[in-house]
Design a protein. Structure first.
Length: 162
């Protein structure tokens, strides 16, 4: 009977010990899981911050590139057209219309009499000229005169290219 009591005590202590170890393992697993979740959250935040910073850098780079292209186009038009200065007008869009027509004039001059290229550009030139004349009609006396003078100057630069 002593052996039986001893066996029960040993079995009870082993079971208690196993339960404690199992609880320790479960607590450790729970802590590890929490650490993984927190690490994932931190990594997600870091990735979001990096993505936002990269996006901002791309937008800024694109803006700078766009500004550089606009300046380059303006310089190219001025080189071909002989420093035509296009001022700002009271009617919104008038200056941009002249700049667009000056860009067309540069393309026309660059075509160097190539009838295929010039024919392909004809409808664009007609549309731009029509829009420019529409703005001219909206301008007041002195500004309309200035607008038409610049438009005629641009057109006169195109005449020798024919």
């Amino acid at each position: 009977m002593k052996k039986m009591i001893l066996a029960v005590i040993i079995a009870a202590s082993v079971m208690t010990s196993c339960k404690k170890e199992a609880k320790k393992v479960m607590d450790g697993a729970k802590d590890a899981g929490s650490a993984v979740v927190e690490g994932a959250k931190d990594a997600g935040h870091a990735a979001a911050d990096a993505t936002k910073a990269a996006g901002t850098a791309v937008v800024e780079g694109a803006k700078e590139a766009g500004d550089a292209v606009a300046e380059g186009a303006k310089a190219a038009v001025n080189a071909v057209l002989g420093k035509v200065t296009i001022p700002t007008f009271a009617v919104a869009g008038a200056k941009e219309s002249l700049e667009a027509y000056a860009g067309y004039a540069k393309e026309y001059i660059d075509a160097k009499g190539n009838l295929g290229k010039i024919s392909a550009m004809a409808s664009k030139g007609k549309d731009l000229l029509s829009k420019a004349k529409g703005f001219a009609s909206k301008l007041s006396g002195e500004e309309a005169t200035k607008f038409n003078k610049i438009l005629n100057l641009i057109m006169s630069k195109m005449a020798p290219a024919k």
